[in-house]
Design a binder for this molecule. Structure first.
Ligand code: IMP
Length: 208
């Protein structure tokens, strides 16, 4: 039996690994853009211009659904620090302006620590947010699934697990950083886990 395809519109290897696990039990074939011949293009790089996670996720979902003609899920996510007015937020990936070839995550983490230099624990509160948008076919209404998790920003990187800001994000649920957590521990409480488990439940009730 051939399974219906579900396109996950991300090129981030950290996200890919996690999302694949959340959707593992569904009767669908998970595919990524390269698998269906959609390679990174200049238009795609201009997609994340909205001011909200939902706006960016929706723009990505529409872009990839149109090109693939497949049911598509796109996610936008990031980290918000209360005392920085919610920054880096939707700019999480591009927080530190890096030159091509530089390690983006390392530069972003350094920039976040610089902005919070000397800040006491009560000014280091943060949350991760993830918004996943599913579009089944051209012009269909998008479905939106959200997840968040609370924590604080440490004063130095701790652990090497996860990706991006994980070594700096001390999770309230786990009482350690996502960098110190194993994948199962992170996925059980993470923003992405919460958003994608809601999507998986909905897709189980509304099969493709
Ligand atoms: P985008 O959704 O591809 O625009 O990028 C999200 C950015 O937010 C990533 O590049 C990371 O910097 C950050 N981010 C989102 N989720 C996570 C996570 O689970 N761990 C670490 N960093 C994350």
């Amino acid at each position: 039996m051939t399974l219906p395809k579900l396109l996950i519109a991300t090129r981030n290897p950290g996200k890919r690994r996690e999302i694949q696990q959340f959707l593992d039990d569904l009767s669908v074939e998970i595919v990524f853009p390269d698998d269906v011949g959609i390679y990174e293009s200049p238009q795609e790089l201009k997609l994340e211009t909205e001011s909200t996670f939902e706006g960016n996720a929706r723009a990505k979902a529409e872009f990839f659904q149109k090109r693939s003609r497949l049911p598509t899920v796109a996610e936008d996510s990031g980290i918000e620090v209360l005392s920085l007015g919610g920054a880096p937020g939707v700019r999480s990936r591009r927080f530190a302006m890096v030159q091509p070839g530089q390690d983006e995550a390392e530069a972003n983490n350094r920039e976040l620590l610089r902005r919070l230099a000397g800040a006491p624990p009560d000014r280091r509160g943060a949350r991760y947010r993830s918004v996943a948008v599913f579009i089944k076919k051209l012009d269909a209404l998008p479905h939106v699934f959200e997840g968040s998790c609370q924590g604080r920003i440490t004063t130095e990187p701790q652990g090497t697990g996860g990706f991006g800001y994980d070594p700096l994000f001390h999770s309230n649920d786990l009482e350690k950083t996502f960098g110190q957590a194993n994948p199962e521990e992170k996925n059980a409480v993470s923003h992405r886990g919460r958003a994608f488990r809601a999507l998986a439940k909905w897709l189980a009730e509304n099969p493709l």
